[in-house]
Design a binder for this molecule. Structure first.
Ligand SMILES: [Zn+2]
Length: 57
C-alpha cells in the first residue's frame, strides 16, 4: 500500500507584509506548511507566496 502524504497550509499561520521582488510591493505572504502522513504531522517549513503575482483563477 502506497503511503499518502498531504501538504497543508496551517490556517492562521500566515504572515503578511513580506516584500515581493517581482511586483515590488510588500504584498507577499509567508505560510507555514505541514505534512500529514502516516506517522502524523510534521513541519515542512515555510513557503512565500504573492497573491498579486499568482492570481487565483
Ligand atoms: Zn508579487
Amino acid at each position: 500500500m502506497a503511503e499518502t502524504t498531504y501538504l497543508h497550509i496551517v490556517p492562521g499561520a500566515i504572515e503578511t507584509g513580506h516584500w515581493c521582488e517581482t511586483c515590488q510591493l510588500p504584498s507577499a505572504v509567508e505560510v507555514e506548511l505541514v505534512v500529514l502522513g502516516q506517522t502524523g504531522v510534521s513541519g515542512a517549513g515555510t513557503a512565500r507566496l504573492c497573491p498579486d503575482c499568482t492570481p487565483d483563477e
